[in-house]
Write a protein that binds this ligand. Structure first.
Ligand code: PRX
Length: 706
């Protein structure tokens, strides 16, 4: 997402400012040096890593990551790039992801906690699953998948579950058999789950009856029938549904089961108790999972991640950046339904025999100190979270963390830029000045962190994500493909020069789109099979300072990052258009102090229909139904007409400026310039002309769909 509103602007905005100066929201700060105590125990302390992972040593440098895994058959080629930009990492190798996350740890760590589940109700004690227990649960569930649900290697399965220990059990059971999982964020609607099931051609859906959120038991199963109907309407029949129960044996949902289709795991798993199934040895390039994410156009796309490359990158970065050791208690507060949870709750920490905490609920239930209580009780020493959560907790209980005996050694953030004031609170109040703060920039597509400091080696710099991770060589290009040198104080498009093992393999079912969206922009020779000709285009604006640290400015496409979650404006607009009264819809990002950005909706109505609160409500409901509550807009504005270019395109940029009380810029070329002032009056409710300079993420990196 784009950064939050300026807190300590480098200079007063004047009309002479260059684009880059506007882009600098906060002044460059001095770096903070990691504590000797942290360095003394860290996994990565050898500064020679920079040389070892230089481009000169690419791709063989990534052997170090591959060697963190256990292979059934060692690979013959570290990188096969003969079909660039489609890459095969550790080609010729074979391995199993669940074996790497469980079996190989049993001899040494069998009785150590693998997963600790913390339910939202505080009256429920945390439950620890040892590696031995995880092994038993994954094996029996894998057998259920194979012998009861009839699934086989290469099949896809859609998983629509909340944050419970059964979710990694389900994922690892799929991985054990080489079944490709598609986890859909539990908060997404049934429609959203159904569309993903259809796109991935899943005939089996796995879900849970209910879960706690904000003190209430959510009847999650209510989404199921809609999901199955949506999938069917798109040509995919779901013939079996496996339903976990939040409390085994107890009913937590009012939805009746559909006979012959819906089965309770608790019952169906009985014949498989205490039985073991051998992990299937998978080629390194076999897909491990799909993760759908929002893009520029149309519907979410299935990012396909490999077994060998992804697992190696998850393990390597969890070891070096999260700094996970088997003795650590590591807690990532993300949801497993997003890529962060896949890599840094499940696959990375478990590949390293770590202990990973899973918390069911919201950070503020029943109060803003809940996370600190959990961390204190479980002895969490690595804490991974999102700036949006930090902002919220700081706002609600600024001194809260001081009252707890928490001792963090490394505190990592992801999802949005962390602005300096929030960074300082995190560092001083949450980390008590002792923990490293590691800001990691990456994406669903990249599988693992891309820009980050190496916590025991690099200075931390508030507001900057840091240099490229080991083996990642970033570059900033201008629109014409010229490199913008470090320290030039100019913003551009951040790209990665080289492939790396965590990079997605393709878009499920659409390799051409994969190429088009991520590689064509800066490719100069479409026939080239040399990876050097295919820089990865990330879709974020960024600046590089003289010391090689990257500051991420936000999306340059039609994606809005809400509290670190990626939503496509086009998806929200399509949802609005399902309301019969709506003629046109435009969605723009509006800045929010806590959540970073929120979607704001503009709609115009069909002829003869009068605006009403009822229509506004219908639009909100449509968005919640089609996508989920996470996409709920800050406001629905019914306008008489949309500002349009002469060719009829909606000028979302103008609407975004109005929503954020910024200058609308030059509107003389619009087909209907008068509407702009009308809308401005309607939204801002003032006759005063706004003079605030447009923020770059709106002006240059914002809703650019027109
Ligand atoms: O805009 C960037 C922002 O989140 C986008 C990726 O979203 P998603 O695929 O959902 O993955 C989120 C977690 C990996 C990016 O294009 N983003 C992510 N991390 C940061 C960030 N922006 C600034 N700083 C970050 N640390």
């Amino acid at each position: 997402m784009a950064p939050s509103p300026p807190e300590t602007p480098a200079k007063e905005h004047t009309s002479e400012l260059t684009e880059a100066e506007i882009a600098v929201h906060w002044k460059e700060e001095e770096g903070f040096i990691p504590q000797p105590k942290f360095i003394g125990q860290a996994n990565l302390t050898d500064p020679a890593v920079n040389e070892r992972f230089s481009l000169e040593h690419f791709p063989e440098c990534f052997r170090e990551f591959g060697d963190m895994l256990t292979w059934d058959k060692y690979w013959t080629q570290t990188l096969d790039s003969s079909n660039a930009p489609f890459y095969q990492w550790f080609a010729g190798g074979k391995l199993n992801a669940s074996y790497n996350c469980i079996d190989r740890h049993l001899a040494q760590y069998g009785n150590k906690a693998a997963v600790i589940f913390v339910g939202e109700p505080e009256g429920e004690d945390p439950v620890a699953l040892t590696y031995n227990e995880l092994y038993a649960r994954v094996n029996e569930f894998a057998l259920l998948l194979r012998d009861f649900a009839g699934l086989k290697t290469g099949d896809r399965v859609t998983i629509h579950m909340p944050m419970v220990a059964e979710l990694p059990i389900t994922m690892l059971a799929c991985a054990r058999l080489g079944i490709i999982h598609t986890v859909v964020f539990g908060g997404f609607s049934g429609e959203a789950a159904g569309r993903r099931a259809a796109d991935s051609q899943s005939r089996v859906v796995i879900t849970m009856d209910g879960y706690y959120r904000n003190g209430k038991m959510i009847d999650h199963l209510q989404n199921l029938d809609v999901a199955c109907e949506t999938a069917k309407s798109e040509g995919q029949v779901v013939d079996k549904v496996l339903i976990w129960q939040r409390y085994p044996g107890k009913v937590s949902s009012a939805k009746p089961l559909v006979p012959g289709r819906d089965f309770l795991v608790n019952e169906a798993v009985k014949p498989f108790k205490n039985k073991i199934v051998a992990p299937v040895s998978m080629p390194s390039e076999a897909p491990l999972f799909l993760m759908y994410t929002s893009g520029t156009t149309g519907r979410p796309k299935g990012c396909q991640h490999s077994t060998g490359g992804y697992m190696a990158y998850a393990a390597g970065t969890s070891k070096w950046i999260q700094d996970i050791h088997p003795t650590d208690v590591y807690w990532c507060t993300a949801d497993i339904g997003w890529i962060t949870g896949h890599t840094y709750i499940v696959y990375g920490p478990l590949a390293l025999a770590g202990t990973t905490v899973i918390y069911e609920g919201v950070p503020t239930f029943p109060d803003a100190n809940r996370l600190w209580r959990i961390a204190e009780r479980l002895g969490v020493n690595i804490f991974h979270t999102a700036p949006t959560a930090i902002r919220q907790l700081r706002k609600l209980a600024p001194d809260g963390p001081k009252n707890f005996r928490t001792v963090f050694k490394n505190m990592t953030t992801v999802g949005e830029p962390i602005e300096p004031t929030t960074w300082h609170w995190f560092y001083e109040t949450v980390g008590k000045g002792k923990a490293a703060v590691t800001d990691t920039w990456w994406q669903t597509e990249t599988g693992g962190v891309v820009c980050t400091t190496k916590p025991a080696l690099d200075k931390m710099k508030p507001g900057s994500a840091g240099p490229g991770a080991p083996g990642i060589h970033c570059v900033i290009f201008d629109e014409n493909g010229n490199e913008i040198p470090p320290g030039s104080n100019r913003a551009g498009n951040i790209c990665v020069r080289n492939p790396w093992p965590g990079l997605m393999q393709t878009i499920w079912g659409d390799p051409e789109k994969f190429k088009r969206q991520y590689f064509v922009k800066y490719n100069k020779n479409p026939n080239s099979k040399d990876w050097r000709d295919w820089p990865y285009f990330a879709g974020d604006g960024a600046m590089e300072s003289a010391d090689g640290y990257f500051r991420i400015l936000g999306r340059i496409d039609d994606v809005i990052n809400v509290a670190g979650h990626r939503l496509g404006t086009k998806e929200i607009e399509s949802a609005c258009l399902t309301v019969p009264e709506v003629a046109e819809a435009a969605v723009v990002p509006i800045m929010d102090e806590v959540r970073g950005r929120l979607p704001e909706v503009y709609v115009s109505l069909k002829p003869g229909i009068q605006p009403s609160k009822a229509i506004e409500d219908k639009v909100v409901r449509a968005i919640e139904t089609e996508i989920g509550k996470i996409a709920r807009p800050s406001a629905v504005r019914i306008v008489p007409d949309m500002p349009k270019t002469r060719s009829g395109k909606i000028m979302r940029r103008v609407l975004a400026s109005i929503s954020n009380t910024m200058e609308v810029g030059d509107i003389t070329t619009l087909a209907n310039p008068d509407i702009v002032e009308q809308i401005r009056l309607q939204v801002q409710g003032t006759g005063k002309v706004q003079t605030k300079a447009a923020a770059p993420e709106i002006k240059d990196f914002g809703a650019k769909s027109e």
